[in-house]
Design a protein around this ligand. Sequence first.
Ligand code: SF4
Length: 736
Amino acid sequence: MEAELQTQIAFHLTGRKYGPEPDGIAGSESRPALLARYCDLDALRYDFPVVLLSNPGEKGYVQCLSGIVDNVVNGMVRDDDAGRLAKHLLRLEREIRVLLSNGARGSLAALWDDAAGRLASQGDDALNQSLKRGRAALNVGGEVAGCDQTMPARLLEHAWVVVQQRKTRKLSEDLGRLTIKLSDILQAALAGSEAGRSATNLKAAIGTGHADVFDFEVLSRVLSKASSRDSLPKGRHQRIERLLSVLKSQCFVPMPGDGNGSGQHAYPFVFGSCADALAAYRERLPRAMELAKSMAIAELEVSGDYREDKHDAFFSGFGEGGVGQEELSHFPDYLICISADRLQAAESEHLMDILSAGLPAKILVQTNDLLEESPIAGDGHFALGMRSKQLANMAIGLNDVYVLQSASSNLFQFRDRIFKGMSYAGPALFSVYSGASGHTGALPSYLNAAAAMESRAFPAYTYDPSAGTNWASRFYLEANSQVESDWPVQKFDYENENHQRVRVDTAFTFIDFVACDKRSARHFSPVPRSGWNLSMVRADEYLGLETRGAPEKVPFVHMVDQDNALQRAIVDDRLIRAALRCRESWHSLQELGGIHNSHAERLLAREKKSWEEQGRQDAEARAQQVKPPAPAAAAAPVAAVAPAAAAEPEEKKSPDVAYIETPRCTTCNECTQINDKLFAYNENKQAYIANPDAGTYAQMLEAAESCQISIIHPGKPRNPNEPGLNDLLKRAEAFA
Ligand code: SF4
């Protein structure tokens, strides 16, 4: 056993494996044990796929499939078969997920019909009836997007389009209105001019219908005598014609009648590189300024307020010293979608130029591989999305850039923040980890992205300069689970060697995230059960130990193989050090978010010390003034009061009573959408069981299964006569 321990320590310290490799991680489908329960993602209800709504409105611009199905179910008349209907539509939802996993793409309507067709072929009449009723009640549509590599750009572009349509609507309307009014001025001037009163022009104006009734030559002579007023002054006439020419030839927004209003003559504003976007912006800037200036002059012209002596000089300097920036803010923003691996020196420089100059750009930097080797350190050192993280940090340092960082698995939860960033009146940077590294075997991108966020490898946050003047209002970190902790802790159940169920609290750390990646096998050494010993400690505990000199413990992580058999794998020291660096970065973010803020904690410690000192001095002063009581009498009240106040026992939850670990709730709405009488939110917008009798045990269980962080414990059924209880109770065992 001692020799075995020495081998394990040697691997931990050097990363070199001695002897034959036991069956384990390398090349297998092993994954961190805490992810074992998510092996069949298609069977779970979660935030993806999402539907990019084709008619954005009150319902927002994006909805998740589960939410849409719930709305369809809730919107249908509640009757005796409501439960059956819900069950059938949940089967349809699952079928759509399966279709997407198998590569299907398309609109919600098309995928819905496809999935319904596949289920209908099973010949179940009741099922077919439900599917028909559900389809008739479906009242939203749009393209469906699963959590794959393309989703972040699709989702952000969709949000950008919705914002731009709203933003440029006023510009289009102003352009149309000014063009008509300026044209009217010219028309009126023409009608009052000699040319306008010519026989030919009069004939053209009256039209062919009455051509025989009028003598246009006579009419022209009469009108010429009757009006000697001169038409538009030449200078104004030329100015209006110039304005009209600029307004009609603009390419910034589509106009009605411009290629069927499709905007086919409009400039493109979506780019795949910062260099191209910057070049286009610079090239178009003179035309944008010219258009903004022309619109400002046109406003004065149509209201009759243009004064050449005053305005000519003013507008000749238009655009200098920032004049015109306000008008330019109504123009479309540039959307730039780039992959982090394309962010070489020049491109990064262009990106920072755009952000620091406050140009109207929204930039998505997508990272697909967080665990690529550091280009500088190499040899197993993780870069951890260094480029995109550095950019996000620098952007925050500019103070007036909207910054959003998130794993793709969290983008639906961040939909309102994405929209806010797209609507922000300034540059915005969106840094997204897609989870699609291509090195995680059968693990879906969604789970890999969620693991990156959960393990603090890629935490989610937003920095919104428009939200206030201080960090507390601008910086938002609360989307990360258990934000106060170093690592989020979850319950982990497994079967031990005596076939007994064991439940332990286990933290999901950076090491678990790395273990999802097939390239990381060299950092782990699987240990067969016969080699397990008391010197092995879980990696999350090991990370909290002070280690100096030769280690006496070796860290391991729990993994499961494709048969769900539990394994232990020793972790090498290099990965432990990477995890410690990851934790340090997380601590910095926590400080920005006001959590464990070192300045505040130092101040608090100082205040506490001075408060204690003051208390000590007061006690001494009192002791000198008052005669001390007998020792037994003095001790009694202290002993009677202090333990009761200090040790309030934590409420013990009965396994028979349903409850939610409310402080851990992430407000994902899953449970409240299932039954908002049974589940409700408290004042912190975290779920609790409002009325256990307001729903069925089946709903309770469905919510427990839908809850992504498994914090709903269904207890025992309230109604012993509820149908299918045996089956339900079996499913509920996982949540006891
Ligand atoms: S308790 Fe409800 S709202 Fe909270 S995380 Fe679970 S399912 Fe979501």
